[in-house]
Ligand binder design. Sequence first.
Ligand code: C2O
Length: 514
Amino acid sequence: AAVKRYQFDIQVKNVSRLCHAKPIVTVNGMFPGPTIYVREGDRVLVNVTNHAKYNMSIHWHGLKQYRNGWADGRAYITQCPIQTGNSYVYDFNVTEQRGTLWWHAHILWLRATVYGAIVVMPKQGTPFPFPKPDREEVILLGEWWNADVEVVESQGNSLGLPPNMSDAHTINGKPGPLFPCSEKHTFAMEVEQGKAYLLRLLNSALNDELFFAIADHNMTVVEIDAVYTKPFSTQAILIAPGPFSDAPIPIDNKTATAILQYKGIPDTLIPKLPLLPAKNDSSFALNYEKNLKSLNSPQYPANVPLKVDRNLFFTIGLGKNSCPSCLNGTRLTASLNNITFVMPQMGLLQAHYYNMKGVFTTDFPEKPPTPFNYTGAPLTANLGTSKGTRLSRISFNSTVELVLQDTNLLTVESHPFHLHGYNFFVVGTGIGNFDPAKDPSRYNLVDPPERNTVGVPTGGWTAIRFRADNPGVWFLHCHLELHTGWGLKTAFVVEDGPGPDQKVLPPPNDLPPC
Ligand code: C2O
Protein backbone atom coordinates (compact mmCIF):
# COMPACT_ATOMS: atom_id res chain seq x y z
CA ALA A 1 0.00 0.00 0.00
CA ALA A 2 1.15 3.50 -0.81
CA VAL A 3 0.52 7.00 0.50
CA LYS A 4 -1.05 9.26 -2.12
CA ARG A 5 -0.99 13.02 -1.63
CA TYR A 6 -3.12 15.60 -3.38
CA GLN A 7 -3.35 19.37 -3.09
CA PHE A 8 -6.82 20.84 -3.69
CA ASP A 9 -6.85 24.63 -4.02
CA ILE A 10 -10.40 25.93 -3.88
CA GLN A 11 -10.37 28.90 -6.22
CA VAL A 12 -12.73 30.94 -8.31
CA LYS A 13 -12.20 30.77 -12.05
CA ASN A 14 -13.97 32.33 -15.03
CA VAL A 15 -15.50 29.66 -17.21
CA SER A 16 -17.79 30.07 -20.21
CA ARG A 17 -20.40 27.70 -21.56
CA LEU A 18 -23.54 28.26 -23.64
CA CYS A 19 -22.36 31.79 -24.54
CA HIS A 20 -22.27 32.78 -20.84
CA ALA A 21 -19.04 33.53 -18.99
CA LYS A 22 -19.11 33.55 -15.21
CA PRO A 23 -16.92 32.95 -12.19
CA ILE A 24 -17.35 29.46 -10.71
CA VAL A 25 -15.82 27.76 -7.68
CA THR A 26 -13.30 25.09 -8.72
CA VAL A 27 -10.58 22.81 -7.43
CA ASN A 28 -7.21 23.86 -8.92
CA GLY A 29 -9.02 25.92 -11.57
CA MET A 30 -10.40 22.76 -13.21
CA PHE A 31 -14.01 22.06 -14.23
CA PRO A 32 -14.71 19.23 -13.51
CA GLY A 33 -12.04 18.81 -10.84
CA PRO A 34 -9.04 16.46 -10.85
CA THR A 35 -9.39 12.67 -10.72
CA ILE A 36 -7.94 10.92 -7.69
CA TYR A 37 -6.19 7.64 -8.58
CA VAL A 38 -5.59 5.18 -5.75
CA ARG A 39 -5.27 1.48 -5.13
CA GLU A 40 -7.27 -0.54 -2.66
CA GLY A 41 -5.33 -0.38 0.62
CA ASP A 42 -3.73 3.03 -0.01
CA ARG A 43 -3.71 5.89 2.45
CA VAL A 44 -4.85 9.15 0.88
CA LEU A 45 -4.03 12.65 2.11
CA VAL A 46 -5.83 15.51 0.41
CA ASN A 47 -4.89 18.97 1.63
CA VAL A 48 -7.79 21.29 0.86
CA THR A 49 -6.91 24.99 0.95
CA ASN A 50 -9.79 27.39 0.65
CA HIS A 51 -9.01 30.55 -1.34
CA ALA A 52 -12.67 31.27 -2.17
CA LYS A 53 -15.12 33.42 -0.27
CA TYR A 54 -17.43 30.47 0.46
CA ASN A 55 -17.08 28.03 3.33
CA MET A 56 -16.07 24.64 1.96
CA SER A 57 -16.09 20.94 2.81
CA ILE A 58 -15.38 17.98 0.53
CA HIS A 59 -17.11 14.61 0.78
CA TRP A 60 -15.52 11.39 -0.57
CA HIS A 61 -18.77 9.87 -1.74
CA GLY A 62 -18.90 6.12 -1.14
CA LEU A 63 -15.64 5.79 0.79
CA LYS A 64 -16.45 4.06 4.05
CA GLN A 65 -14.10 6.07 6.31
CA TYR A 66 -13.95 3.28 8.86
CA ARG A 67 -13.97 4.82 12.41
CA ASN A 68 -12.88 7.99 10.69
CA GLY A 69 -15.92 10.20 10.13
CA TRP A 70 -13.54 13.17 10.57
CA ALA A 71 -12.62 12.69 6.90
CA ASP A 72 -16.18 12.22 5.63
CA GLY A 73 -16.63 15.88 4.80
CA ARG A 74 -20.32 16.67 5.25
CA ALA A 75 -20.35 20.19 6.73
CA TYR A 76 -22.08 20.33 10.14
CA ILE A 77 -22.42 16.54 10.34
CA THR A 78 -18.79 15.41 10.70
CA GLN A 79 -16.90 18.72 10.64
CA CYS A 80 -17.31 22.46 10.55
CA PRO A 81 -16.53 24.00 7.18
CA ILE A 82 -13.05 25.05 6.04
CA GLN A 83 -13.18 28.84 6.17
CA THR A 84 -11.63 31.21 3.66
CA GLY A 85 -7.86 31.21 4.01
CA ASN A 86 -7.75 27.92 5.95
CA SER A 87 -6.71 24.36 5.10
CA TYR A 88 -7.71 20.90 6.25
CA VAL A 89 -6.11 17.56 5.37
CA TYR A 90 -8.58 14.76 4.64
CA ASP A 91 -6.60 11.70 5.74
CA PHE A 92 -8.16 8.31 5.02
CA ASN A 93 -7.58 4.70 3.98
CA VAL A 94 -9.26 2.97 1.07
CA THR A 95 -10.27 -0.49 2.21
CA GLU A 96 -12.22 -3.31 0.58
CA GLN A 97 -13.49 -1.23 -2.32
CA ARG A 98 -12.49 -1.21 -5.96
CA GLY A 99 -14.06 0.71 -8.77
CA THR A 100 -15.34 4.19 -9.37
CA LEU A 101 -16.39 6.67 -6.72
CA TRP A 102 -16.35 10.45 -6.65
CA TRP A 103 -15.74 13.46 -4.48
CA HIS A 104 -17.82 16.62 -4.24
CA ALA A 105 -18.33 19.75 -2.17
CA HIS A 106 -20.85 18.94 0.54
CA ILE A 107 -22.04 22.33 1.64
CA LEU A 108 -24.77 24.45 0.05
CA TRP A 109 -25.03 23.72 -3.70
CA LEU A 110 -21.30 24.13 -4.31
CA ARG A 111 -21.05 20.64 -5.75
CA ALA A 112 -22.62 22.16 -8.88
CA THR A 113 -19.04 22.88 -9.97
CA VAL A 114 -16.83 21.30 -7.28
CA TYR A 115 -16.69 17.60 -8.12
CA GLY A 116 -14.43 14.94 -9.60
CA ALA A 117 -13.82 11.21 -9.88
CA ILE A 118 -12.06 8.76 -7.56
CA VAL A 119 -10.66 5.70 -9.34
CA VAL A 120 -9.85 2.83 -6.98
CA MET A 121 -7.73 0.18 -8.73
CA PRO A 122 -7.59 -3.32 -7.24
CA LYS A 123 -4.51 -4.27 -5.22
CA GLN A 124 -1.30 -4.73 -7.21
CA GLY A 125 -1.43 -8.13 -8.91
CA THR A 126 -5.18 -8.59 -8.46
CA PRO A 127 -6.94 -8.62 -11.84
CA PHE A 128 -10.41 -7.31 -12.56
CA PRO A 129 -13.01 -10.12 -12.50
CA PHE A 130 -13.78 -9.23 -16.16
CA PRO A 131 -11.58 -9.12 -19.30
CA LYS A 132 -8.90 -6.48 -19.09
CA PRO A 133 -9.91 -3.36 -21.03
CA ASP A 134 -7.48 -1.89 -23.56
CA ARG A 135 -8.09 1.56 -22.15
CA GLU A 136 -10.26 3.33 -19.62
CA GLU A 137 -11.86 6.74 -19.42
CA VAL A 138 -13.70 8.70 -16.73
CA ILE A 139 -17.04 10.12 -17.89
CA LEU A 140 -18.50 12.65 -15.47
CA LEU A 141 -22.06 13.73 -16.13
CA GLY A 142 -22.96 17.11 -14.68
CA GLU A 143 -24.80 20.33 -15.28
CA TRP A 144 -24.23 23.91 -16.39
CA TRP A 145 -26.12 26.86 -14.97
CA ASN A 146 -26.21 30.22 -16.69
CA ALA A 147 -27.59 31.71 -13.47
CA ASP A 148 -25.75 31.99 -10.21
CA VAL A 149 -26.16 28.67 -8.43
CA GLU A 150 -26.41 30.38 -5.01
CA VAL A 151 -29.32 32.46 -6.25
CA VAL A 152 -31.06 29.36 -7.59
CA GLU A 153 -30.43 27.57 -4.32
CA SER A 154 -31.88 30.33 -2.21
CA GLN A 155 -34.95 30.46 -4.45
CA GLY A 156 -35.27 26.71 -4.05
CA ASN A 157 -35.11 26.99 -0.29
CA SER A 158 -37.39 29.94 0.24
CA LEU A 159 -40.01 30.07 -2.46
CA GLY A 160 -43.24 28.19 -2.37
CA LEU A 161 -42.25 27.03 -5.85
CA PRO A 162 -39.37 25.03 -7.30
CA PRO A 163 -36.68 27.30 -8.76
CA ASN A 164 -35.37 27.41 -12.30
CA MET A 165 -33.03 24.52 -12.87
CA SER A 166 -29.82 24.14 -14.85
CA ASP A 167 -29.56 25.08 -18.53
CA ALA A 168 -27.68 22.05 -19.87
CA HIS A 169 -26.35 18.69 -18.86
CA THR A 170 -22.65 18.17 -19.46
CA ILE A 171 -20.24 15.31 -20.21
CA ASN A 172 -16.85 15.99 -18.61
CA GLY A 173 -17.94 19.60 -18.16
CA LYS A 174 -19.01 20.01 -21.80
CA PRO A 175 -22.59 20.22 -23.08
CA GLY A 176 -21.82 19.23 -26.68
CA PRO A 177 -22.74 20.66 -30.09
CA LEU A 178 -26.52 20.72 -29.62
CA PHE A 179 -26.12 23.88 -27.50
CA PRO A 180 -25.22 27.41 -28.59
CA CYS A 181 -21.51 28.38 -28.56
CA SER A 182 -20.64 24.78 -27.70
CA GLU A 183 -18.83 23.30 -30.72
CA LYS A 184 -15.56 23.59 -28.90
CA HIS A 185 -17.17 22.47 -25.64
CA THR A 186 -17.70 18.95 -26.89
CA PHE A 187 -16.10 15.94 -25.26
CA ALA A 188 -14.67 13.48 -27.80
CA MET A 189 -13.12 10.09 -27.24
CA GLU A 190 -11.10 8.31 -29.90
CA VAL A 191 -11.53 4.54 -30.07
CA GLU A 192 -10.24 1.73 -32.25
CA GLN A 193 -12.31 -1.02 -33.77
CA GLY A 194 -12.16 -4.29 -31.84
CA LYS A 195 -10.71 -2.84 -28.64
CA ALA A 196 -12.43 -2.87 -25.25
CA TYR A 197 -12.97 0.28 -23.24
CA LEU A 198 -13.83 0.66 -19.57
CA LEU A 199 -15.93 3.76 -19.01
CA ARG A 200 -16.05 4.98 -15.43
CA LEU A 201 -19.40 6.78 -15.37
CA LEU A 202 -20.54 9.16 -12.67
CA ASN A 203 -23.56 11.42 -12.34
CA SER A 204 -22.90 14.63 -10.51
CA ALA A 205 -26.08 16.45 -11.52
CA LEU A 206 -27.63 18.24 -8.56
CA ASN A 207 -31.25 17.41 -9.15
CA ASP A 208 -31.53 14.85 -11.94
CA GLU A 209 -31.15 11.15 -12.47
CA LEU A 210 -29.74 10.54 -15.96
CA PHE A 211 -29.55 8.00 -18.78
CA PHE A 212 -26.34 7.37 -20.73
CA ALA A 213 -26.11 5.60 -24.10
CA ILE A 214 -23.77 5.31 -27.09
CA ALA A 215 -25.30 5.15 -30.57
CA ASP A 216 -25.15 1.60 -32.05
CA HIS A 217 -23.24 0.11 -29.11
CA ASN A 218 -24.22 -2.12 -26.25
CA MET A 219 -22.42 -1.76 -22.94
CA THR A 220 -21.76 -4.33 -20.23
CA VAL A 221 -22.18 -3.18 -16.63
CA VAL A 222 -19.41 -4.66 -14.44
CA GLU A 223 -19.22 -2.50 -11.33
CA ILE A 224 -21.36 -0.05 -9.46
CA ASP A 225 -20.56 2.00 -6.32
CA ALA A 226 -17.08 0.39 -6.21
CA VAL A 227 -18.51 -3.15 -5.96
CA TYR A 228 -18.27 -5.67 -8.83
CA THR A 229 -21.58 -6.82 -10.28
CA LYS A 230 -22.70 -9.81 -12.33
CA PRO A 231 -22.03 -8.48 -15.82
CA PHE A 232 -25.09 -7.62 -17.88
CA SER A 233 -25.49 -6.08 -21.27
CA THR A 234 -27.61 -2.98 -21.85
CA GLN A 235 -28.24 -0.27 -24.43
CA ALA A 236 -28.58 2.46 -21.84
CA ILE A 237 -27.36 3.06 -18.32
CA LEU A 238 -29.34 4.72 -15.58
CA ILE A 239 -27.30 6.80 -13.13
CA ALA A 240 -27.26 7.86 -10.34
CA PRO A 241 -29.41 5.81 -9.25
CA GLY A 242 -32.82 4.53 -8.90
CA PRO A 243 -35.85 3.77 -10.94
CA PHE A 244 -36.20 6.87 -13.00
CA SER A 245 -39.57 8.41 -13.48
CA ASP A 246 -40.84 11.86 -14.24
CA ALA A 247 -38.16 14.32 -13.35
CA PRO A 248 -38.93 16.32 -10.23
CA ILE A 249 -39.05 19.50 -12.24
CA PRO A 250 -40.18 19.50 -15.87
CA ILE A 251 -37.09 19.91 -18.03
CA ASP A 252 -36.47 20.04 -21.72
CA ASN A 253 -33.57 20.15 -24.11
CA LYS A 254 -30.85 19.58 -21.57
CA THR A 255 -29.43 16.42 -23.13
CA ALA A 256 -25.65 16.56 -23.38
CA THR A 257 -23.84 14.82 -26.25
CA ALA A 258 -20.24 13.77 -26.80
CA ILE A 259 -18.48 12.09 -29.71
CA LEU A 260 -17.06 8.61 -29.97
CA GLN A 261 -14.62 8.90 -32.86
CA TYR A 262 -13.28 5.75 -34.55
CA LYS A 263 -9.62 6.03 -35.44
CA GLY A 264 -9.04 6.10 -39.20
CA ILE A 265 -12.63 6.92 -40.07
CA PRO A 266 -13.07 10.45 -41.44
CA ASP A 267 -14.92 12.72 -39.04
CA THR A 268 -17.02 14.31 -41.76
CA LEU A 269 -19.82 11.84 -41.05
CA ILE A 270 -22.71 13.37 -39.15
CA PRO A 271 -22.62 11.90 -35.64
CA LYS A 272 -25.55 9.71 -34.86
CA LEU A 273 -27.61 10.30 -31.72
CA PRO A 274 -28.31 7.28 -29.51
CA LEU A 275 -31.83 6.41 -28.50
CA LEU A 276 -32.44 7.10 -24.83
CA PRO A 277 -35.35 5.65 -22.89
CA ALA A 278 -38.17 8.15 -22.43
CA LYS A 279 -37.81 10.26 -19.33
CA ASN A 280 -40.77 8.51 -17.69
CA ASP A 281 -39.87 4.98 -18.85
CA SER A 282 -40.27 3.26 -15.51
CA SER A 283 -40.31 -0.23 -17.04
CA PHE A 284 -36.81 0.38 -18.42
CA ALA A 285 -35.78 1.54 -14.96
CA LEU A 286 -37.32 -1.42 -13.14
CA ASN A 287 -35.76 -3.90 -15.58
CA TYR A 288 -32.39 -2.22 -15.30
CA GLU A 289 -32.56 -2.43 -11.52
CA LYS A 290 -33.56 -6.11 -11.70
CA ASN A 291 -30.40 -6.87 -13.66
CA LEU A 292 -28.15 -5.36 -11.01
CA LYS A 293 -26.74 -8.12 -8.82
CA SER A 294 -23.69 -8.52 -6.63
CA LEU A 295 -21.00 -10.70 -8.15
CA ASN A 296 -21.10 -12.86 -5.00
CA SER A 297 -18.11 -14.99 -6.00
CA PRO A 298 -15.82 -16.82 -3.54
CA GLN A 299 -13.37 -13.93 -3.89
CA TYR A 300 -16.03 -11.22 -3.59
CA PRO A 301 -18.81 -12.67 -1.43
CA ALA A 302 -22.00 -10.75 -0.66
CA ASN A 303 -22.34 -10.93 3.13
CA VAL A 304 -26.01 -10.04 3.34
CA PRO A 305 -27.33 -9.91 6.93
CA LEU A 306 -29.89 -12.71 7.15
CA LYS A 307 -31.22 -11.82 10.58
CA VAL A 308 -32.29 -8.30 11.47
CA ASP A 309 -31.75 -6.76 14.93
CA ARG A 310 -33.32 -3.44 14.16
CA ASN A 311 -36.21 -2.65 11.83
CA LEU A 312 -36.65 0.92 10.69
CA PHE A 313 -39.41 2.23 8.44
CA PHE A 314 -39.07 5.81 7.16
CA THR A 315 -41.67 7.57 5.05
CA ILE A 316 -40.49 10.18 2.56
CA GLY A 317 -42.85 13.12 2.25
CA LEU A 318 -42.98 16.41 0.46
CA GLY A 319 -45.08 19.11 2.10
CA LYS A 320 -45.43 22.77 2.90
CA ASN A 321 -44.64 24.68 6.03
CA SER A 322 -45.66 28.18 6.91
CA CYS A 323 -42.98 30.75 6.27
CA PRO A 324 -44.04 34.36 6.87
CA SER A 325 -41.13 35.78 4.86
CA CYS A 326 -41.72 33.52 1.84
CA LEU A 327 -43.77 34.13 -1.26
CA ASN A 328 -47.38 32.96 -0.53
CA GLY A 329 -46.51 32.57 3.16
CA THR A 330 -45.42 28.93 2.73
CA ARG A 331 -42.31 27.11 1.61
CA LEU A 332 -41.88 23.64 0.26
CA THR A 333 -40.50 21.22 2.75
CA ALA A 334 -39.57 17.56 2.91
CA SER A 335 -39.51 15.07 5.73
CA LEU A 336 -38.72 11.55 6.89
CA ASN A 337 -41.37 10.18 9.25
CA ASN A 338 -42.84 13.67 9.26
CA ILE A 339 -39.63 15.22 10.59
CA THR A 340 -37.89 17.99 8.69
CA PHE A 341 -34.23 17.85 9.62
CA VAL A 342 -32.71 21.04 11.01
CA MET A 343 -28.98 21.45 10.37
CA PRO A 344 -27.00 22.14 13.56
CA GLN A 345 -24.45 24.93 13.96
CA MET A 346 -21.62 22.54 14.77
CA GLY A 347 -20.43 19.12 13.69
CA LEU A 348 -22.63 16.33 15.09
CA LEU A 349 -19.65 13.96 15.22
CA GLN A 350 -17.82 16.33 17.61
CA ALA A 351 -20.99 16.67 19.71
CA HIS A 352 -21.18 12.86 19.88
CA TYR A 353 -17.46 12.30 20.49
CA TYR A 354 -17.24 14.87 23.29
CA ASN A 355 -20.65 13.92 24.64
CA MET A 356 -22.02 17.45 24.38
CA LYS A 357 -25.63 17.93 25.34
CA GLY A 358 -28.25 19.95 23.53
CA VAL A 359 -26.91 19.65 19.97
CA PHE A 360 -29.06 16.73 18.81
CA THR A 361 -31.46 14.13 20.18
CA THR A 362 -31.55 10.42 19.38
CA ASP A 363 -35.32 10.00 19.40
CA PHE A 364 -35.89 9.71 15.67
CA PRO A 365 -39.10 7.63 15.29
CA GLU A 366 -38.59 4.01 14.15
CA LYS A 367 -41.76 4.23 12.08
CA PRO A 368 -44.24 6.90 10.96
CA PRO A 369 -46.31 8.36 13.82
CA THR A 370 -49.60 7.24 12.23
CA PRO A 371 -49.65 4.72 9.40
CA PHE A 372 -51.79 5.74 6.39
CA ASN A 373 -52.27 4.70 2.78
CA TYR A 374 -48.88 6.07 1.73
CA THR A 375 -49.33 5.93 -2.00
CA GLY A 376 -53.08 6.46 -2.32
CA ALA A 377 -54.73 9.69 -3.45
CA PRO A 378 -52.69 12.81 -2.60
CA LEU A 379 -53.20 13.91 0.98
CA THR A 380 -52.96 17.63 0.50
CA ALA A 381 -54.41 18.47 3.92
CA ASN A 382 -52.15 18.50 6.94
CA LEU A 383 -48.83 18.85 5.18
CA GLY A 384 -47.07 20.46 8.13
CA THR A 385 -44.09 18.64 9.57
CA SER A 386 -42.24 18.89 12.86
CA LYS A 387 -38.70 20.16 12.83
CA GLY A 388 -35.72 18.86 14.72
CA THR A 389 -32.13 17.64 14.73
CA ARG A 390 -33.27 14.13 15.55
CA LEU A 391 -31.07 11.08 14.92
CA SER A 392 -31.39 7.29 15.33
CA ARG A 393 -29.06 5.58 17.80
CA ILE A 394 -27.78 2.20 16.55
CA SER A 395 -25.83 -0.32 18.64
CA PHE A 396 -22.43 -1.36 17.33
CA ASN A 397 -22.47 -4.39 15.04
CA SER A 398 -26.25 -4.73 15.02
CA THR A 399 -27.92 -5.57 11.74
CA VAL A 400 -30.32 -2.95 10.44
CA GLU A 401 -33.11 -3.11 7.90
CA LEU A 402 -34.38 0.23 6.67
CA VAL A 403 -37.46 0.45 4.47
CA LEU A 404 -37.79 3.78 2.69
CA GLN A 405 -41.38 4.40 1.61
CA ASP A 406 -42.33 7.16 -0.81
CA THR A 407 -45.64 8.87 0.03
CA ASN A 408 -48.21 10.82 -1.92
CA LEU A 409 -48.55 13.93 0.20
CA LEU A 410 -48.15 16.70 -2.33
CA THR A 411 -47.13 14.28 -5.05
CA VAL A 412 -45.14 11.06 -5.54
CA GLU A 413 -41.53 11.28 -6.67
CA SER A 414 -38.43 9.12 -6.91
CA HIS A 415 -35.55 9.78 -4.52
CA PRO A 416 -31.92 8.60 -4.68
CA PHE A 417 -31.00 7.95 -1.05
CA HIS A 418 -27.37 7.97 0.04
CA LEU A 419 -25.94 6.69 3.32
CA HIS A 420 -22.51 7.87 4.39
CA GLY A 421 -19.99 5.52 6.02
CA TYR A 422 -21.51 2.30 4.68
CA ASN A 423 -22.38 0.12 1.78
CA PHE A 424 -25.73 -1.60 2.13
CA PHE A 425 -27.55 -4.39 0.34
CA VAL A 426 -30.69 -3.53 -1.60
CA VAL A 427 -32.79 -6.57 -0.67
CA GLY A 428 -36.12 -5.50 -2.13
CA THR A 429 -38.06 -2.81 -3.90
CA GLY A 430 -41.62 -2.43 -5.13
CA ILE A 431 -44.40 -0.12 -6.22
CA GLY A 432 -47.19 0.89 -3.80
CA ASN A 433 -47.19 0.39 -0.04
CA PHE A 434 -44.61 -1.88 1.58
CA ASP A 435 -46.38 -4.93 3.03
CA PRO A 436 -44.45 -6.30 6.03
CA ALA A 437 -46.45 -9.56 5.88
CA LYS A 438 -45.67 -10.36 2.24
CA ASP A 439 -42.78 -8.38 0.80
CA PRO A 440 -39.90 -9.72 2.93
CA SER A 441 -40.54 -13.25 1.65
CA ARG A 442 -39.62 -11.98 -1.82
CA TYR A 443 -36.33 -10.37 -0.79
CA ASN A 444 -33.12 -11.26 -2.58
CA LEU A 445 -30.84 -12.35 0.28
CA VAL A 446 -28.37 -14.15 -2.01
CA ASP A 447 -26.84 -11.65 -4.44
CA PRO A 448 -28.58 -8.28 -3.97
CA PRO A 449 -26.69 -5.26 -5.27
CA GLU A 450 -24.38 -3.61 -2.75
CA ARG A 451 -24.67 0.15 -2.97
CA ASN A 452 -24.04 3.43 -1.20
CA THR A 453 -26.95 5.16 -2.95
CA VAL A 454 -30.27 3.65 -3.99
CA GLY A 455 -33.37 4.86 -5.76
CA VAL A 456 -36.69 4.76 -3.98
CA PRO A 457 -39.16 4.44 -6.88
CA THR A 458 -41.95 6.93 -7.46
CA GLY A 459 -44.88 5.82 -5.30
CA GLY A 460 -42.96 2.79 -4.08
CA TRP A 461 -40.49 1.50 -1.52
CA THR A 462 -36.98 0.12 -1.18
CA ALA A 463 -35.57 -2.09 1.59
CA ILE A 464 -31.88 -2.04 2.49
CA ARG A 465 -29.81 -4.00 5.01
CA PHE A 466 -26.42 -3.37 6.58
CA ARG A 467 -24.33 -4.32 9.59
CA ALA A 468 -23.60 -1.29 11.79
CA ASP A 469 -19.88 -1.99 12.19
CA ASN A 470 -18.60 1.54 11.53
CA PRO A 471 -18.96 3.73 14.64
CA GLY A 472 -19.64 7.44 14.19
CA VAL A 473 -22.31 9.82 12.96
CA TRP A 474 -23.41 9.08 9.42
CA PHE A 475 -25.57 11.23 7.20
CA LEU A 476 -28.57 9.72 5.36
CA HIS A 477 -30.14 11.91 2.71
CA CYS A 478 -31.83 12.28 -0.63
CA HIS A 479 -29.06 13.11 -3.12
CA LEU A 480 -31.24 15.62 -4.98
CA GLU A 481 -29.97 18.89 -3.53
CA LEU A 482 -33.34 20.56 -3.76
CA HIS A 483 -34.84 17.88 -1.50
CA THR A 484 -31.86 17.85 0.88
CA GLY A 485 -32.27 21.61 1.26
CA TRP A 486 -35.94 21.09 2.07
CA GLY A 487 -35.00 18.78 4.95
CA LEU A 488 -34.99 15.26 3.44
CA LYS A 489 -32.17 13.99 5.64
CA THR A 490 -31.24 12.61 9.04
CA ALA A 491 -28.25 10.77 10.52
CA PHE A 492 -27.43 7.54 12.34
CA VAL A 493 -25.34 7.59 15.49
CA VAL A 494 -23.56 4.24 15.51
CA GLU A 495 -22.17 3.58 18.98
CA ASP A 496 -18.60 2.51 19.68
CA GLY A 497 -17.93 -1.21 20.03
CA PRO A 498 -16.27 -2.78 23.09
CA GLY A 499 -12.84 -3.37 21.49
CA PRO A 500 -10.13 -0.72 21.32
CA ASP A 501 -10.22 -0.91 17.53
CA GLN A 502 -13.99 -0.52 17.43
CA LYS A 503 -14.19 3.09 18.55
CA VAL A 504 -14.28 6.38 16.70
CA LEU A 505 -10.68 7.55 16.19
CA PRO A 506 -9.60 10.76 17.92
CA PRO A 507 -10.13 13.88 15.79
CA PRO A 508 -7.16 15.23 13.81
CA ASN A 509 -5.50 18.39 15.14
CA ASP A 510 -6.35 20.47 12.09
CA LEU A 511 -10.10 19.69 12.18
CA PRO A 512 -11.71 23.04 11.27
CA PRO A 513 -13.00 24.84 14.37
CA CYS A 514 -16.68 25.71 14.65
CU1 C2O B 1 -22.66 12.47 -2.49
CU2 C2O B 1 -23.93 13.14 1.26
O1 C2O B 1 -23.33 12.83 -0.64
